[in-house]
Design a protein around this ligand. Structure first.
Ligand code: NAD
Length: 367
């Protein structure tokens, strides 16, 4: 029987509540489909600090490195506002991203038909939307050196950040985008600002060369990142896969996300390089939202972002495409039935709890 190892890091706040719903799906898939998932669970964020004085322990870090995929809930909360900076809850997530070398961040923006009227954009603009933003996650201006504030000595200071990309960093993120496009509608739009940035000129050259050398079957276009932001709100359905750097990706993926409504609906994946021996990529799947301390412990959080992150895990770590499609269809079906958690509630619908939403999706999945 196939064995598929998952390392679960539920974290703080609503993280464990959302993860509990994914556990139900894993159990059903093991029982009914012999999916062969094995799970281990660890601590990350504030709860790890309480237990070990660190945002993630070395032992849990090792388990994350060894697993086929990591499912991450959320971290943080006011309880840990005063902990030392290096042990703050977010440090656990940053360490996972760094040690697992997760350079590719995937953020889909999918608009479920049942929620099209809750977007801030017109229904026909977002209905049926299905785009994927691929953001470079470990390079660029967030990490480039020098990065400092210097005192100029004349009553002025100077803040410096450095936007820097090497060829290999652009090549590998472009390759991820092209490979993903092949599993979708086969189109990539690369966004940078080559009109004013040297790193943008290089980005454009390397993406073009990578396309020519290895992915000429995929349709490639280029757009300046500011125009891309405008096009995302004007007519987002023109895009399939967008690939962009860390800074522009941060902003463009948030814009794309909000096309589809609530934070409680948004999944994400972060992927590393393929292992040269096995071809498998290290991978972490997490909802975009945080630990939502304002609603934690009440059983009312929306588990769909977490469940949809698990669907991404099925698709990208285990190539279980049919199961991923079925799970996404189950989410859509439950929304079509008018079942809603509080964050996506609208008139005429029925408000349900986190666990009821999880149960409804499991039932729709299991048929
Ligand atoms: P948040 O995403 O936790 O919450 C923002 C708002 O959205 C809140 O009103 C919350 O109730 C609501 N919300 C979020 N997810 C929801 C869901 N699944 N269902 C229903 N409503 C939902 O962001 P925040 O309030 O800025 O941050 C709270 C804590 O989370 C902070 O400690 C922050 O540092 C942390 N955080 C962690 C992550 C992460 O773990 N990746 C990401 C963002 C923020």
């Amino acid at each position: 029987m196939t064995s598929r190892s998952l390392f679960l890091l539920p974290g703080d706040g609503i993280g464990p509540e959302a993860m509990a719903e994914v556990r139900k799906l894993i159990a059903v898939m093991n029982e009914k489909e012999a999916a062969g998932f094995t799970t281990e669970e660890g601590l990350v964020g504030g709860c790890a600090y309480d237990a070990h004085g660190q945002a993630i322990s070395d032992a849990d870090m090792e388990k994350a490195m060894a697993a086929d995929a990591v499912l991450f809930g959320a971290v943080g909360g006011p309880k840990w506002d005063a902990v030392p900076y290096e042990a703050r809850p977010e440090a656990g997530l940053l360490r996972l991203r760094k040690d697992m070398e997760l350079f590719a961040n995937l953020r889909p923006a999918i608009c479920y038909p049942a929620l099209a009227n809750s977007s801030s954009l017109k229904q026909n603009v977002v209905e049926g939307l299905d785009i994927l933003i691929v953001r470079e996650l470990t390079g660029g201006v967030y990490f480039g050196e020098p990065k400092e504030i210097i005192d100029l000595g004349n009553g002025q200071k100077r803040g410096i950040d450095t936007q820097v990309y090497d060829t290999y960093e652009i090549e590998r993120i472009a390759a991820v985008a092209f490979e993903l496009a092949r599993t979708r509608r086969n189109e990539v739009c690369s966004m940078e600002k080559r009109n004013v940035m040297k790193s943008g000129v290089l980005w454009n050259e390397v993406v073009t060369a990578t396309h020519k050398a290895r992915f000429s079957d995929v349709k490639l276009s280029h757009m300046l990142a500011d125009a891309g932001g405008m096009q995302l709100v004007r007519w987002p359905k023109q895009f399939d896969v967008i690939v962009t750097d860390n800074l522009f990706g941060d902003m463009l993926s948030d814009i794309a996300a909000m096309l589809t409504g609530s934070l409680g609906m948004l999944p994400s994946a972060s992927l590393g390089a393929p292992d040269p021996m096995t071809g498998k990529r290290k991978a972490l799947y997490e909802p975009v939202h945080g630990s939502a301390p304002d609603i934690a412990g009440q059983g009312i959080a929306n588990p769909i972002a977490m469940i949809a992150s698990f669907a991404m895990c099925l698709r990208y770590s285990f190539n279980m495409v049919a199961e991923a499609d079925r799970l996404e269809a189950a989410i859509a079906a439950v929304l079509d039935m008018g079942l809603r958690t509080g964050d996506i509630m609208s008139e005429g619908c029925q408000q349900i709890t986190t666990a009821e939403m999880g149960d409804a999706i499991v039932a729709a999945y299991a048929g």
